[in-house]
Structure formats: C-alpha cells, structure tokens
Ligand binder design. Structure first.
Ligand SMILES: *Cc1c(COP(=O)(O)O)cnc(C)c1O
Length: 390
C-alpha cells in the first residue's frame, strides 16, 4: 500500500490497502475467492499465500487498510465482532484476571460469564469512568483492562489515556472495543490502548450487509502473535467476499461518520427538549457527564444515542418506550447499528432476563436520512395517543 503518514483520514480511507493490480491494471482491488495457492518447484509460494484460512489477498488488503485507519502495525480480521473479542480473551491464560466495564456490550458479558469464567479467567466489572475504582480493582494478576467507549447502551465515556496509564503501570494491556466510534472518530491506539477491537459489522461495513470483526495492535507483541495463531488455527476468519464488501464500505467511512454525527446531534438536541423524554445519553450534549473527555479523545460524538422515557398516568416508562419503538416509521425497530438506515431498539427485551439495560431505555442508531425527516418521525411517534386514535 502506498500509504503516506501525512494523509488525513478521508484520504487514508480511500487509498488504504489498495494498489493498482499489476496483472490487469484494475484500480479497485479484485475479489480473490481461491482457497489454495500454487507451490513452486523449489517449494516456495508466489506471494506467501498458501491456503485461504491462513491468509488470502483480499483479507490482507483489508488488514492493511485497518492498520492504516487505526494507526496500528498489525491487524487480524475475523468472521464476527464476537470472534474477534473471543480471540483476545483466548490469548489470555486461565488464572489471569481482567477488568471489564460495568456497562459493556451484552454479548461480551455473556461470553465472559458462560465461556471464560468456567475456563479459569477471573473478571471484575468496574465503572471505568471512576479511575479510583479502576485502580482499586487492580490485582497482581490483572493482565488486561477491557474498555468500551462510548459504552453500550449508556454511552459512558472512558478516558483511554488514563486507563492505559493504569494498565501499563501494572504491566497489563489495555484493549478497547472501539466499534461505536470507529477509527474515523476515535484514534484509540494513539491514545495508549494496545489493542483496538471492532465489530466491523457496524460502522466500518456501514451498510448492514456483512458480519465481521477485527483486532488491531499498536505494536507487534507475543500477545498479538497469539491472536494471529488463534485466527489462523481456529479459522474464525471472514470470507473474501465479506472482506471485499468491508473494503468497499471503508472508502466512505469518514464522510458517513460526519453525517451520523450531525444527525445524531440534531436528534439528541430535539429529544432532550421533549417533555416525554426523561434522559438522553449522548456524549455530544454538554450535560453528558463524559462530554469533556469525549471532546478531547473523539473527533465527533458518533451516531448512537440512548433515551429513557418518562412514565405517565397511563403507562410505565417501559410501556412508553415500547410504544414509541412500535410507532416510528423511518426508524426501523431492529437490533444492530452503524448502517445508513436509522434503527430503534428496546434493549432490555432483546437482552432478556439478565439484562442491565434500564427498562425504559431505547437505543437509537441514527442513520443518514435527512435529519428533519428523522425528527418528524420521532415527533409523531411521541405524539399524544388521543390525537392519533381519533
Ligand atoms: C455488535 C457489537 C459487537 C459484536 O459484533 P458481532 O459482529 O455482532 O459479532 C461487539 N461490540 C460492540 C460494541 C457491538 O456493537
């Protein structure tokens, strides 16, 4: 890749992992579906590729692109965000201790409880926005701090540089699930994290049509070697087609993120003034407790926000939340995030009995429709029932 250290994010996104195909002159990288690669008479291979699970040209182009976007030196991609996260935890050892956030992606918490605790990992959930609590939770065998910022679904903001300092002082690593901001809004590694982890399914893909995950490392290390070994030996790798789709999505990432941020800020401002809304969780609001840290460590506040609805004389807050989600027309009631289309979701009922999400909470993934249309949709969904039922 012809990368240039001075390029801005928009330029990197367009050119990362791309070179003119030497055999055809193709400007866009071809999609390589071959599972196997020819071995020459002397036993060597043409370009180091031997078998699709180990490596393949489309995946390598994607991994190069992700390194360039995140400012890392090596990247490993996976068949899903959860496969990427699982690999990081598998690279630890039974007996190790990890700190995880109290507000954490539901799937990560379930995976730690169901798979890694029985396997011998000890974990401790802590409010990562409270640095004294983080320091107090460290143990001699703490190997990793796992953070997620902004967090899911409460959009808590964790100070990356400060948690990295706590981790490093204790000889532990800092891994950050950076799915929500994407590399376009948060340069996680430059702020001290050792690993940036992504569900590429979300903003990096950007079109709700692929499943993928990635781990990008600030430095080469034995720990990353293990991640690479688990990727290649375990085989939870993305298909070439998904790699190709992801590369295609990445080209527009910085411009999409600008639109997501602009629209989400408009929606957050509108909802924070609405009498039926009890609380809006969006780091772009000055009232958000993490606003100042977010302003420092992010270049935009993202496309995700959560709201909590008031109860009234007829309905509980939960009933009002579920009714609102049932009444939007543009916002589709569905899980996931990061696509061009807007989504609305009642988290607690998706997560089930073990949820930590407040019952009156809705999570919004604000898409790239016109913000006036989005606001009009939310307005009619919150309008008084009486008026609607007439
Ligand atoms: C979606 C998501 C994941 C899981 O990714 P999958 O691709 O669905 O496996 C992990 N972390 C966060 C923050 C997510 O939003």
């Amino acid at each position: 890749m012809n990368n240039n250290d001075n390029w801005r994010m928009e330029t990197v996104a367009i050119h990362a992992g791309k070179e003119i195909d030497p055999t055809t002159g193709a400007v866009m990288p071809p999609l390589h579906l071959s599972t196997t690669f020819e071995r020459k008479a002397d036993g060597s291979y043409h370009n180091g590729f031997t078998y699709i699970r180990g490596d393949n040209p489309t995946r390598r182009a994607l991994e190069d692109a992700l390194c360039a976007l995140e400012g890392g030196v090596c990247a490993a991609t996976f068949a899903s965000g959860m496969a990427a996260i699982m690999t990081v935890f598998q690279a630890l050892r039974p007996g190790d201790h990890v700190l995880i956030p109290d507000d954490i992606y539901f799937g990560t918490r379930v995976m730690i409880d169901k798979l890694f605790t029985p396997w011998g990992l000890t974990s401790h959930a802590v409010d990562m926005t409270d640095l004294d609590a983080v320091r107090a939770a460290m143990r001699p065998n703490t190997r990793m701090l796992w953070i997620e910022t902004p967090s899911n679904p409460l959009l808590k903001i964790t100070d990356i540089a400060a948690t990295a300092a706590i981790a490093h002082e204790a000889g532990a690593i800092l891994a950050c699930d950076s799915t929500w901001p994407s590399p376009a809004l948060q340069q996680t590694l430059a702020q001290g994290a050792d690993l940036a982890v992504h569900a590429t399914t979300k903003y990096l893909g950007g079109h709700s049509d692929l499943l993928g995950g990635a781990v990008i490392a600030r430095q080469d290390s034995e720990f990353f070697d293990l991640i690479r070994t688990i990727q290649q030996a375990g085989g939870a790798v993305p298909s070439p087609f998904d790699c190709w789709l992801l590369l295609r999505g990445i080209r527009t990432l910085p411009y999409r993120m600008r639109g997501h941020c602009e629209n989400a800020q408009r929606v957050a401002d509108y909802l924070s003034g609405h009498p039926k809304i009890e609380r809006v969780h969006y780091p772009g609001l000055i009232s958000h407790p993490g606003h100042i840290i977010a302003a420092r460590q992010m270049s935009g506040y993202g496309g995700m926000l959560s709201i909590q609805l008031h109860k009234d004389s007829l309905h509980t807050g939960e009933q009002n939340a579920r009714r609102m989600a049932n009444r939007t027309a543009l916002f589709v009631q569905a899980t996931s995030l990061g696509g061009v289309e807007s989504l609305i979701e009642h988290r607690a009922s998706i997560e089930g009995a073990v949820t930590n999400a407040p019952a009156n909470l809705l999570r919004l993934s604000v898409g790239l429709e016109h913000p006036d249309d989005l606001i009009a949709d939310l307005e009619q969904a919150l309008a008084d029932e009486v008026a609607l039922e007439r």
